[in-house]
Design a protein around this ligand. Structure first.
Ligand code: SF4
Length: 189
């Protein structure tokens, strides 16, 4: 089944039809941009650094993360704009968590349908509530890693694909990325 139909199936089942699903190009990653991205992680504004297997350094070294992205021939973005007080951290976390859960379910659905797939979201993995880091990840097959850990500058990536990335008073938009190969794709090394 084509990927967009699978997304529509999930969106219908999870009452997530207000999310936009759009196929985009795979990111043109450069090491210098990716290093900048990791530097932003190290500043730890989100307070996830060193606390979660989905974020650096637990997510793996930058070279390995970049190599994982390059294994995929196709990409898509999933997003939704929500009215929210941007000072309300609990509400922001909740919105981000809902999207991450949809991405996890979608990746599992893609895998069941013969796709190789990886989904990335904003911030650390939320599957356990409190991550087991630095103890062993409890559910590696359910883990969703952070976009920044993979060296992807989200704003630039989306704008390269014609998607405007805007900050607006009273609204927040959360984005998730889906990387995938169809059954007949040859993954690049
Ligand atoms: S599955 Fe649990 S232990 Fe593993 S990264 Fe996610 S929250 Fe942490």
């Amino acid at each position: 089944m084509p990927i967009e139909e699978l997304w529509n199936q999930l969106a219908h089942a999870k009452k997530a039809s207000d999310y936009t699903f759009r196929e985009i190009g795979v990111p043109k990653m450069t090491l210098s941009e990716a290093k900048k991205c990791r530097k932003l992680c190290e500043q730890n504004v989100c307070k996830c650094y060193g606390t979660n297997w989905g974020c650096p350094p637990g997510a793996g070294n930058l070279g390995d993360c970049m190599a994982q992205v390059k294994k995929y021939s196709h990409a898509a973005v999933v997003y939704r704009k929500s009215a929210v007080d941007i000072k309300d951290q609990d509400a922001l976390k909740s919105l981000s968590g809902v999207l991450q859960n949809h991405l996890r379910d979608f990746r599992n659905l893609l895998t069941e349908n013969g796709y190789q797939a990886m989904c990335l979201a904003d911030g650390g993995c939320n599957y356990c509530g409190v991550c087991a880091y630095p103890n062993e990840c409890k559910f590696p097959e359910q883990r969703v890693n952070s976009i920044s850990a993979y060296g992807i500058m989200l704003m630039e990536y989306l704008e390269d694909n014609g998607i405007e990335f805007r900050f607006e008073d009273g609204y927040a938009t959360f984005y998730g990325l889906v990387f995938y190969n169809e059954k007949d794709d040859k993954a690049s090394s």
